[in-house]
Write a new protein. Structure first.
Length: 645
RNA sequence: GCCGGUGUAGCUCAGUUGGCCAGAGCAGCUGAUUUGUAAUCAGCUGGUCGGGGGUUCGAAUCCCUCCACCGGCUCCA
């Protein structure tokens, strides 16, 4: 007999070789019907795998991340089986579960899948799922595995096997499909009741653009048909919040092929909104001791050779601009830091001057690959809310923490609760990608880790995500459909001060090298506004929104009164307009609601007589009558409250 | 940049197997209406069917090519 300990620390005895599924059945038949996988000590196992020792056991169902993972991983196998039946000869790469579903990378040998194929595959998957195929785990030797996939002529699997070093190789068999796989899998395919293959994409084998591009199919499955329907509705809802769609509808920004792709045109309302964000940040930064500067949009090529950017990115940048006579070359500026270094150098600096915090809403130009362009989140011209802090080495931590405070303050003011703080470090195996000494890298990496610890932040660490000159702390948020974007960033840099030979005179009257911190709380105005649009669905905070109110006269007779009301509101710093169209009030309300204007003020006979306004709040309806002054106070209180430091 | 998809009026979309002058709704303009909490009515304007090339008696429709956009991959100072 063996002892099995459950999460609540209770212990039960079972005979050796018992499976998690049998354990579940011993607890309740209902549980057994829902068990997808199990955690045995620290490893997630098949629920059908025999347990031979005393262990800690935890059962996973669809309600657990691990349960979903097993379900989707198994779904990838099921899809592969369906494809092997429908498209014999297809070679398989990898097919993992992902956050929302799964994918499988496959080599269709030149055949281009069409969307109708997906439907066929879905149907075949459902057919196979109903057969209640079991996932059978087999331990094999490397030689056996190699022999099997050699026979199958699957070079991708062979390459994977070849790279396996830990000795144990497992295969999983379900129906006619056998895959190299670590597992775990769900007990059988009958748990998969609903299937949706979402899209087809190309993906380089092993993520290497020099290698063959395979066909990737993304899909998702559910244990109930209704779950799938709900999920699809969710996706549709998310698409409605897409900043590209809302940006057009709310007239915030536009793109024109005549101007060029990736070059956003900020429309009046978008400019107004962005301007308010900038003003807001300027105020915050002023309080935090930043000095605002302005630098040109171009700079001599030599400047970027000094900084190292030219060597690193010169080929992939907009190419230098030649002057007509002197033969000089200028780059569109891809970064503001070299310019700021030159500002640092305009005069000798004393340790007493530090930290020197230079801030600029600096517009930069980067030649992003055409396939990378994406609405306002990935563009070729964008404005960073940039600043560079030049400080003494002993000031790094305090400055770093002060920047974190600014970022957190901004996120809080804008209700960005759903972000992750990611510490981006060097790729340990690929150090030649970076410039600067090991010693400085370590100092910088430690400074970031210490600062985040001190702030008690939840962080993730990503290796290989650092900038080429230094590690970063990045604030990541998701867009409407779950894609991750970097917004705020804070970066420690020992390198540029070196390259620009920046110095300050210390209290010892000796020359010392300052350290730089690059930081941008929004990241870029473009990307920030994009994410803001998606997070708010276009319903911006009152203090930020381009139009706070719109006055809707019942008929032309009340236009004069409306103008008086607008004047009074303008005098109280409230911005808005009057809908003077000869439309019915229902139409005016509808249009204003669709424009996400926070307050609709209706004025007609009744309001004129009583000298007030009827207020309707966007999204929630009639709030009743208000005196203009009382309403103005209400608005201003709301604005003040959301901007409190 | 790579793989796949899409491209018809400002927007959302129809347009049978290639065949009369390319359609609708919304928006816009003009007029009527003077309206009470999510779409008043009528008329009009508006498209080199993404650009270029080809096949054909004839192309929005078939082929080639370029461009843009969409979903991924790779990249992201």
């Amino acid at each position: 007999m063996i002892n099995i300990t459950f999460p609540d620390n209770s212990v039960r005895q079972y005979s050796e070789g018992v499976t998690a599924l049998e354990v579940a059945r011993s607890i309740s038949e209902g549980l057994a019907r829902n068990v997808l996988a199990a955690k045995v000590n620290d490893q997630v196992w098949d629920a059908t795998r025999p347990i031979n020792n005393d262990v800690n056991l935890r059962l996973f169902t669809w309600d657990n991340t691990e349960g979903k993972a097993a379900m989707w991983h198994s779904s990838a196998h099921l899809m592969a089986e369906a494809i092997e039946i429908l498209f014999p000869g297809v070679k398989f790469g990898i097919g993992p579960d992902i956050e929302n579903g799964f994918y499988y990378d496959m080599d269709f040998g030149g055949y281009a899948l069409v969307p109708e194929d997906l439907v066929k595959i879905e149907n075949k998957m459902l057919e196979l799922a109903r057969q209640k195929q079991q996932f059978i785990r087999k331990d094999v030797t490397k030689a056996d595995a190699t022999a099997f996939f050699t026979e199958k002529k699957d070079e991708y699997k062979l390459e994977l096997i070849n790279d396996l070093t830990d000795g144990t190789i497992t295969l999983y068999e379900s129906g006619v499909f056998v895959d190299l796989c670590r597992g775990p899998h769900i007990p059988d395919t009958s748990f998969i009741k609903a299937v949706k293959l979402l899209n087809i994409a190309g993906a380089y084998w092993r993520g290497d653009e020099k290698r063959k591009q395979l066909t990737r199919i993304y899909g998702i499955t559910f244990p109930k048909q209704k779950d799938l329907a709900d999920y699809l509705v969710l996706l549709e809802e998310a698409k409605k919040r897409d900043h590209r769609k809302l940006g057009k509808e709310l007239e915030l920004f536009a793109f024109s092929q005549n101007v060029g792709s990736g070059l956003p045109l900020w429309l009046p309302k978008g400019t107004d909104l962005r301007g308010r964000l900038e003003t807001f940040l300027r105020e915050v930064q002023k309080k935090a001791g930043y000095l605002q500067v302005i630098t040109p949009h171009i700079g001599n090529v030599e400047l970027y050779k000094t900084s190292g950017h030219f060597q690193k990115y010169g080929k992939d940048s907009f190419q230098p601009i030649d002057t007509p006579v002197e033969g000089e070359q200028f780059m569109l500026k891809p970064m503001n830091c070299p310019h700021h270094c030159e500002i640092y150098k305009v005069k000798p600096r004393s340790y007493k001057d530090l930290p020197l915090r230079l801030a600029e809403f600096g517009t930069v130009y980067r030649y992003e690959q055409s396939g990378e362009l994406h609405g306002l989140t990935r563009v070729r011209c964008f404005t960073q809310d940039d600043a560079h802090i030049f400080c003494r080495p002993d000031q790094i931590k305090q400055e770093f923490i002060a920047v974190i405070d600014i970022v957190l303050h901004i996120f809080k003011t804008l209700n960005f609760t759903d972000f992750t703080a990611q510490i981006s470090l060097r790729d340990q195996n690929n150090r030649e990608k970076y410039i600067g000494s090991d010693e400085n890298w370590e100092k910088a990496e430690n400074a970031i880790i210490e600062a985040t610890k001190e702030k008690g932040m939840n962080t993730t660490i990503e290796y290989g995500e650092a900038a080429f000159y230094g590690p970063k702390l990045d604030f990541m948020v998701r867009d409407a459909i779950g894609r991750k974007w970097q917004l705020g960033t804070i970066q420690v840099d020992y390198n540029l001060p070196e390259r620009f030979e920046l110095e300050y005179v210390g209290s010892d009257n000796q020359r010392h090298r300052p350290v730089m911190i690059h930081r941008a709380p929004f990241g870029s105005m473009e990307r920030f506004v994009a994410v803001l649009i998606e997070h708010t669905g276009g319903k911006f905070p009152l203090w930020l929104t381009p139009e706070q109110v719109i006055i809707l006269p019942i008929s032309e007779k009340f236009h004069d009164y409306a103008k008086n009301v607008l004047n009074l509101l303008n005098n109280s710093d409230i911005r808005g307009s009057i809908d003077e169209r000869s439309e019915k009030i229902g139409k005016k309300i509808r249009d204003a609601e669709l424009q996400r204007i926070p307050y609709l003020l209706i004025v007609g006979e009744k309001e004129v007589t009583e000298g007030n306004i009827s207020v309707r709040k966007q999204g929630s309806g009639d709030m009743g009558s208000f005196e203009v002054e009382a309403f103005a106070n209400l608005i201003n209180d709301e604005v003040k409250k959301s901007l409190e430091y």
